[in-house]
Design a protein around this ligand. Structure first.
Ligand code: SF4
Length: 111
């Protein structure tokens, strides 16, 4: 059977967990910073993307932003994706959602 995408090409899925950052680096490719849009990837969408990636054979999930550790549920996202394997079709149960996870947001320079 022919495949449209050669095996191994889709190895790593990059996901932006959120767009803002507590820093404001001049070289930032994401144009992030304290005043960037507060959009973030919520758990259901994150899980759906990880599920699709696993079923397609992706072997790694990389999280970026903005600053991923400003996402209020970053530990939940990490836990839910850490045990997945390429070829998995059944998602894990949603981990318990703590009231507040991750560090408090700090103000970066210039804010
Ligand atoms: S995401 Fe934040 S820490 Fe990373 S380059 Fe952009 S401003 Fe700097």
């Amino acid at each position: 059977m022919a495949t449209a995408i050669p095996p191994g090409l889709l190895d790593r899925l990059w996901l932006y967990t959120n767009l803002h950052c507590n820093l404001r680096c001049r070289y930032c490719l994401a144009e992030s910073g304290p005043r960037a849009m507060r959009a973030r990837l919520e758990w259901p969408a994150f899980q759906a993307l990880v599920d699709q990636a696993a079923s397609l054979g992706f072997r790694q999930v990389a999280l970026t932003g903005g600053e991923p550790f400003l996402h209020p549920h970053i530990l939940e996202l990490l836990r839910s994706s850490a045990g997945r394997r390429a070829g998995d079709t059944a998602p894990p149960a949603r981990p318990a959602q703590p009231a507040e996870s991750g560090p408090r947001e700090s103000r970066g320079r210039g804010s």
